[in-house]
Design a protein around this ligand. Structure first.
Ligand SMILES: [Zn+2]
Length: 65
C-alpha cells in the first residue's frame, strides 16, 4: 500500500476540482483516481488527480516525476 490514507469516501481532483472516489483501482485501464505524491508544507503529501489531469501530465506541487 502507498501513503493513501484518506479516510473519507470522496475527494476532489487536486487540479480541476472534479469529484472523485477515494478508491484507487489497481487496474490502471479502469482507474479514475490517481494518487500523485507531491509536497505540502514541506512534507510528502499524496494528492488525488482525475484521469484527465493525470493523462495531461499534471503533477502536484513538489512532485519530482
Ligand atoms: Zn482533474
Amino acid at each position: 500500500m502507498s501513503h493513501w490514507e484518506n479516510k473519507t469516501l470522496s475527494t476532489t481532483c487536486a487540479s480541476c476540482g472534479k469529484a472523485l472516489n477515494t478508491y484507487v483501482d489497481p487496474d490502471t485501464t479502469t482507474r479514475t483516481t490517481w494518487p500523485l505524491v507531491g509536497e505540502k508544507d514541506g512534507k510528502p503529501f499524496t494528492y488525488a488527480a482525475c484521469t484527465d489531469c493525470n493523462t495531461k501530465g499534471w503533477r502536484p506541487p513538489g512532485a519530482t516525476n
